[in-house]
Design a protein around this ligand. Structure first.
Ligand code: GLN
Length: 189
């Protein structure tokens, strides 16, 4: 991976925290657990993991991390990536805790229940070959606004989008052997 001076954190209240830390380890990037404003202070990159968006969102509000993320992201000081529940929190409207950092509307649990979870291979714009993607009670991106680029789709619907400083994926790359998405976030954002 191209070396850059990134300081990476993962919001660590609930959900798939360790999995992101492990992918970071595979790439030689330390991923710090973030539970407070103090933890987030010097970060350049922050991941909001999958899990339960209501629980994660609630803790982000009570710690002030929600406003911090919005502000720092808007200034271009903090790159954000939300996987699944994290994507719900970075988009608009889908949750009472949605931060509105990227102009997309999402619908929660739109592929059905836990039992309807699935994994598939997807191709990412500009990437080489396919990468595995795991969907667990995933949201659907139902509207993509101006300034948002769709980087991957599944059955004709967007599943990976970005704007200048925000990346969202409705799937979980951290639950697979592939480090491609993390590499992309750490080196191209
Ligand atoms: N269904 C969860 C939510 O709405 C998201 C699931 C996930 O992150 N895998 O918050």
């Amino acid at each position: 991976m191209e070396r850059r001076n990134v300081q990476v954190g993962v919001v660590a209240f609930q959900g798939g925290i360790e999995e992101h830390i492990l992918v970071g380890e595979r790439l030689g990037v330390a991923v710090k657990r973030v539970l407070s404003l103090q933890d987030a202070k010097d970060l350049t990159h922050l991941i909001i993991p999958g899990g339960e968006s209501t629980v994660i969102g609630h803790h982000m509000v009570s710690t002030g991390l929600d406003a911090f993320c919005e502000k720092q992201n808007e200034k271009g000081n903090l790159k954000l990536w939300g996987t699944c529940a994290g994507a719900i929190l970075l988009g608009k409207k889908a949750s009472p805790y949605s931060l509105d950092c990227i102009d997309v509307d999402l619908e929660r649990n739109a592929y059905g229940r836990q039992m309807d979870s699935f994994s598939t291979l997807i191709s990412v714009q500009g990437g080489e070959g396919n990468i595995p993607a795991v969907f667990i009670r995933a949201p659907r991106i139902v509207r993509v606004g101006k300034g948002v680029r769709i980087l991957a789709s599944y059955e004709g619907e967007p599943i990976l989008c970005r704007n200048e400083n925000v990346l969202i994926s409705t799937f979980h790359p951290e639950l697979t052997e592939s480090s491609t998405m993390h590499e992309y976030f750490f080196s191209q954002f």
